[in-house]
Design a protein around this ligand. Structure first.
Ligand SMILES: Cc1cc2nc3c(=O)[nH]c(=O)nc-3n(C[C@H](O)[C@H](O)[C@H](O)COP(=O)(O)OP(=O)(O)OC[C@H]3O[C@@H](n4cnc5c(N)ncnc54)[C@H](O)[C@@H]3O)c2cc1C
Length: 358
């Protein structure tokens, strides 16, 4: 049976798009080169906000704010229908100095999704000079659980998932995609959606036009405490500590322009661990549970490309979410499916077409 949509790539962008399309009655197949949800979407920290939201353009704010708003109900729905709890939790985020306090306070005052609380950092027993900013609305989710729940829901809605299936060519004739050539043979559908994360430009090949999505490595460390050592996510510059309910603590992350190299390095491990110890001295004696790296789909200004290909009617893209693809996932799926079905958009989505450069 032919699908209405073939989706290339089974990370959070592919799964959330599939789920949304299925809820509109579409028949969907996901083709995944490896295993579902094992790349950037698995590797991420699950903070549901930009790190310092005042540092980003409006296009990022609109998509992350909408995503964060949809997340709570989305996580609840997934938990209810699959029994897998993605552990959505509004844990708040403490931003430690140095940061541009004036810009931060003004930005928060202008954006109702963020209320602003200046706090005295030493109250949190964390090393910092000056006042910190507490953002109580910031939530987090556990990516591996979210992905497992999403996969289960997509399958329970009748979605087909083909793993170990690498797409090698998009066959175009007469201004339309006719088929996909893959390691498991040829696949045909009415419509095609590329959600291949850091590999999206390669997958599109000559159809990528001027798309500029490239890999940007991020490394993370994992520790385990008896009880959570922090109540909130703690952020200082680009370093963050994310406490999970069961005592796991994530420390991230690096931002490395090293192509498709997914190896971890001892330099990054030592740097992250040492910087994290300054904020949380008890980390010095904790064994490292795990160290991993993932490839973010990096786009200029962190603005993803979402929508129809400018020249090929039945080809779509939902990719390039860079640092915030988990936060943006429900909103990105929403606006792509709105475009496909002609439904009204929650805001002006034309900036998410600019990435094609056409
Ligand atoms: C260390 C780190 C920390 C992060 N922290 C956060 C955070 O706290 N909050 C947040 O919102 N975001 C965070 N992110 C960013 C977020 O994880 C990404 O933006 C998001 O996961 C991208 O999702 P994706 O589905 O586009 O890509 P991916 O999850 O990489 O999925 C793409 C899929 O496409 C498949 N694929 C590739 N080529 C082919 C092919 N030829 N054929 C078939 N399949 C193919 C891949 O195998 C992969 O499974 C973080 C990322 C990293 C690495």
């Amino acid at each position: 049976m032919n699908s209405d949509f073939l989706i290339i790539g089974g990370g959070i962008a592919g799964l959330s798009t599939a789920q949304r399309l299925q809820q509109q009655g579409a028949l969907v197949t996901i083709l995944e080169r490896g295993e579902i949800g094992q790349e950037a979407s698995w590797a991420g920290g699950g903070i549901l906000s930009p790190l310092c939201p005042w540092n980003y353009p409006d296009e990022v704010t609109r998509l992350t704010t909408r995503g964060a708003k949809l997340f709570s109900a989305w996580a609840k729905e997934l938990h209810a229908v699959t029994g897998i709890n993605p552990e959505y939790e509004t844990s708040g985020m403490l931003v430690l100095p140095p940061f541009d306090a004036m810009a931060a306070v003004q930005w928060c005052a202008a954006h109702s999704a963020y209320s602003v609380h200046q706090v005295h950092a030493p109250d949190y027993n964390l090393l910092a000079q000056g006042d910190a900013l507490y953002l109580p609305e910031v939530a987090q989710v556990r990516n591996p659980r979210l992905l497992r729940a999403l996969r289960q829901h997509v399958e329970s809605l009748g979605g087909r998932i083909t793993e170990q299936c690498a797409v090698s060519d998009i066959v175009v004739e007469n201004g339309r995609v006719q088929a996909l050539t893959t390691s498991s043979g040829k696949f045909i559908a009415q419509n095609y959606i590329v959600t291949a994360g850091a590999w999206s430009t390669e997958v599109l090949g000559q159809n990528a036009l001027r798309l500029d999505i490239k890999p940007m490595r991020g490394q993370m460390l994992l520790f385990k405490f008896e009880v959570p050592p922090l109540r909130h996510i703690v952020l200082q510059d680009d370093l963050y500590l994310i406490p999970r309910r069961d005592g796991y603590l994530l420390v991230g992350s690096t931002l490395e322009d090293v192509g498709f190299d997914q190896r971890t390095t001892s330099e990054a491990r030592d740097m992250l661990w040492q910087r994290a110890q300054k904020l949380l001295p008890s980390l010095r004696d904790m064994p490292l549970v795990q160290h991993w790296a993932g490839l973010r789909p990096a786009s200029p200004l962190n603005i993803p490309t979402i929508g129809r290909h400018p020249q090929l009617d039945n080809l779509y893209l939902n990719s390039g979410h860079f640092r915030y693809g988990v936060t943006m996932a429900p909103a990105s799926a929403e606006i792509l499916v709105n475009e496909i079905t002609g439904a009204q958009q929650p805001f002006d989505v034309t900036p998410y077409q600019a990435g094609w450069g056409a």
